[in-house]
Design a protein around this ligand. Structure first.
Ligand code: 3HC
Length: 288
């Protein structure tokens, strides 16, 4: 349960990362506001939370009832109202630096002076995001993984001006959610996990482009030989093929053509129903 000075948490973005982080915070005992730009998006996110809490309750994984956890969560569309009482704001909006900087500047105007502002960016610069505010020492990266409720790790990312007090509070928060943290001291593009994970996906995609492996072969190899929970193509579909593509746009390296083609066709994986697999049909099936 909550032990630090943080009591009220606001999560910006009710998509898969946002609603998952909000759910975790409510499970840990925080009062949580979930904010998105449209009521329907907030309602969809809270519906996912209810499904997930039901599953966790069914399996005896909650200390409180699902209803009690859900009662700690409220939805909001107005940004100023959403952050007015926040001790911690966790941003999980789309991966666009200008959008994030504009949002952080607005949050800075409306959140209490003491509030810590965290970003769930997958790899954009925490320093650049913090520079859009008048409190860069209170801006930090907290990079969760999809699905946040099930994944153990969070990267806590230092911006150049992030203070020790902010880092300590971020680590306490992550520990309070029952997660392990990697302390990412250099604000490098993609932090640590995505720099290690993306080549895994891309190497499969290059082999596919060269005709050296099929989607099912590459996934079967990693699942049945390496024991990974998902192979490169299922993982790309699961996290969104566009995420892998946009990650490379900010570097000197090109995405494999097999990834670019999927993005051009808007076949982004699970979220659009089709990617390397057909998620409206049987989904991944790579029994050798
Ligand atoms: N909440 C509650 N329960 C959930 C749930 C959730 N969010 N998601 C799944 N469950 C339930 C399922 O419904 C199922 O319940 P049942 O037993 O009653 O049917 C149970 O948990 C087990 O489900 P699965 O069999 O689907 O789950 P697995 O045990 O196989 O694990 C997984 C699923 C955790 C997604 C696993 O496949 C995995 O770890 N995959 C890799 C995911 C990964 O690497 N994520 C990181 C991506 S990178 C990223 O996010 C960063 C970004 O910057 C790109």
């Amino acid at each position: 349960m909550v032990e630090s000075d943080i009591e009220n948490v606001t999560v910006l973005g009710a998509g898969s990362m946002g609603h998952g982080i909000a759910e975790l915070a409510a499970i840990a005992g925080y009062d949580v506001v979930v904010r998105d730009i449209e009521e329907e998006l907030v309602a969809d996110g809270l519906e996912e939370v209810e499904w997930s809490l039901g599953k966790l309750e069914e399996k005896g994984k909650l200390d409180d009832s699902a209803d009690a956890v859900r009662a700690r969560m409220t939805g909001e569309t107005d940004l100023a109202a959403a952050v007015a009482d926040a001790d911690l704001v966790v941003e999980a909006i789309p991966e666009n630096l200008d959008l994030k900087r504009d949002t952080f500047a607005e949050v800075d105007d409306h959140a209490p002076d003491h509030a810590i502002l965290a970003s769930n960016t997958s790899g954009l610069s925490i320093t650049a995001i913090g520079a859009a505010t008048d409190r860069p020492e209170q801006v930090v990266g907290t990079h969760f993984f999809n699905p946040p409720v099930k994944m153990d790790l969070v990267e806590v990312v230092h911006g150049e001006q992030t203070s020790e007090a902010t880092l300590t509070a971020a680590h306490e928060f992550v520990a309070d959610l029952g997660k392990r943290a990697i302390d990412v001291k250099r604000d490098v593009h993609g932090f640590i996990v995505n720099n290690v994970m993306l080549p895994f996906i891309e190497e499969g995609a290059w082999m596919l482009a060269d005709g050296d492996a099929t989607v099912r072969q590459a996934d079967a190899a990693m699942v049945y030989q390496r024991g990974y929970p998902m192979g490169p193509f299922e993982l790309a579909d699961y996290t969104g093929i566009d995420i892998a593509y946009h990650f490379r746009e900010d570097t000197d390296l090109d995405s494999p053509p097999t990834i670019a083609e999927k993005v051009e066709a808007d076949d982004l994986g699970k979220k659009t129903g089709r990617g390397f697999y057909d998620w409206e049909g049987d989904g991944p099936d790579y029994e050798p």
